[in-house]
Write a protein that binds this ligand. Structure first.
Ligand SMILES: Cc1cc2nc3c(=O)[nH]c(=O)nc-3n(C[C@H](O)[C@H](O)[C@H](O)COP(=O)(O)OP(=O)(O)OC[C@H]3O[C@@H](n4cnc5c(N)ncnc54)[C@H](O)[C@@H]3O)c2cc1C
Length: 409
């Protein structure tokens, strides 16, 4: 451990939020001890953004976050902004680029971001103590006593930055949630977010043989008309169900049993297109026309062709357009603009990028992330019921929440 005298602050979790809290507090002259049970700091940073870390989003505004209290994140996001983080990245000479939709990535590797954080931490006098499991936490003499693999540790302030439940094989635990309960804090039920959907056997049969087909689509989940729950990006059919950015985004808004609806031709009034095609090419088969506007394999399958088991019967009957009434063409158009599936479930925490839910924001100060009922105890990052969309928003929450807590401890 680098801190010889007792620290002012112990941070549990050397991930994005924990390291950023420690940097901010260390720079204020606080003696900070960061501990993590993993053998390496920032493991999720290393695997993020396909290895290039989508480290922020220029559009990180509150509407891009799910939370029972949508206003909670405003203060932290205003006080430590994407521009602030980008300035830091640039001061460290890290090459970056904007990919799409305001998403900023490293040109080279996510390792650049982790190295930057560890350098900043070292400058602030902080070196994470790794392989250090915490077996118990209690309050004593106005501070906190931790039982750990390295013996008993005490500090007047404790920051919990142990993240959510996603990817247990990378060391994710429910530590923050258990500690919150131990201290009598309410929780918003956690569930996997930014996660692929799985299909029922019936829907798997509907899409059999289509794994790998990608479409540009608008995916909607959550109660019809609910704010921010329609996403236009790629949708990918997998051998288990559906994935791709639009699906991952929608999954964070989905509740078991609910349908998702997919507009398969977002740039086209499909009903009108089909009726116009009937006038222009009356002898053309419906599946040919659909194959012009959708991936051909998908269009064939919709019309009951190309099933690996040779089964016939699709969602749409393909005939020459001249044999189809305008009404039935309009119905096909409507159906494909509201293609509806009720997912069997999600792939769960095994592949989820985030955990939706967590420590109820009503229990925390939005200015300091301190528990109102337990002075000196702070929760930051993904452990809190603030979940960003896909696209760099979750790291920005980790930086912003960590920074504000670091100013307060
Ligand atoms: C595959 C993948 C890709 C992602 N890509 C992106 C991306 O490109 N952009 C983006 O914004 N977000 C991305 N995310 C989400 C992002 O990684 C998280 O939201 C972010 O890491 C949360 O930061 P955190 O510090 O709260 O938690 P974490 O980064 O998960 O850190 C928690 C730390 O606590 C430690 N810990 C856990 N339990 C204990 C315990 N009991 N005792 C001691 N230590 C413990 C863990 O070992 C870990 O080091 C991705 C997530 C995944 C899974």
């Amino acid at each position: 451990m680098t801190v010889s005298s007792p620290p002012d602050v112990i941070v549990i979790g050397a991930g994005a939020a924990g390291l950023f809290t420690a940097i901010a507090a260390g720079k204020r002259g606080r003696r900070v001890l960061v501990i993590d049970h993993a053998p390496e700091a920032g493991r999720k940073i290393l695997i993020s953004g396909g290895g290039r870390c989508n480290f922020t989003n220029v559009d990180a505004q509150p509407a891009r976050y799910l939370s029972t209290n949508p206003h909670f994140c405003i203060s932290a996001l205003r006080r430590y902004t994407p521009r602030d983080f980008l300035d830091l990245v640039e001061r460290h000479g890290i090459a970056w680029h904007e990919k799409k939709l305001g998403q900023l990535f490293c040109d080279n590797s996510a390792r650049d971001i982790l190295a930057m954080l560890l350098n900043e931490a070292a400058d602030a006098g902080v070196e994470p103590a790794l392989d250090c499991a915490v077996t118990g936490v209690r309050r004593a003499d106005g501070g906190f006593v931790l039982e750990t693999a390295r013996g008993q540790l005490t500090a007047p302030r404790l920051v919990v930055a142990t993240g959510g439940l996603s990817i247990p094989k990378m060391g994710a635990t429910d530590f923050a949630h258990r500690l919150a309960r131990q201290f009598g804090l309410d929780m918003v039920r956690p569930r996997p977010g930014l996660v692929p959907f799985t299909f029922t056997p019936r829907d798997l049969a509907r899409t059999q043989g289509l794994s790998g087909v990608a479409l540009d689509a608008v995916v909607r989940a959550g109660p019809i008309g609910s704010k921010g729950a329609a996403f236009r990006e790629a949708l990918l059919i997998t051998h288990r169900g559906l994935s791709g950015p639009s699906i991952l985004q929608a999954s964070s808004y989905w509740q078991p049993g609910q349908p998702i609806t997919v507009d398969l031709t977002p740039d086209l009034d499909l009903a009108e297109h089909l009726k116009a095609a009937k006038r222009a090419r009356p002898n053309a088969e419906l599946k040919t026309i659909l194959g012009d506007v959708l991936p051909r394999r998908f269009a064939d399958r919709l019309c009951g062709e190309g099933a690996p088991n040779g089964e016939k019967g699709g969602e749409v009957e393909s005939r020459p357009l001249r044999d189809l009434s305008d009404k039935s063409l309009a119905a096909v158009g409507e159906m494909l603009r509201r293609w509806t599936v009720v997912p069997a479930g999600t792939e769960g925490y095994r592949t989820a990028e985030v955990t939706v839910g967590g420590i109820d924001t009503n229990e925390l100060s939005s200015k300091t992330l301190e528990a109102k009922k337990v002075p000196g105890l702070h929760f930051v990052g993904e452990a809190v019921d603030v979940t960003g969309w896909l696209g760099g928003y979750n790291f920005q929450w980790a930086w912003s929440s960590g920074w504000v807590a670091g100013q307060a401890v």
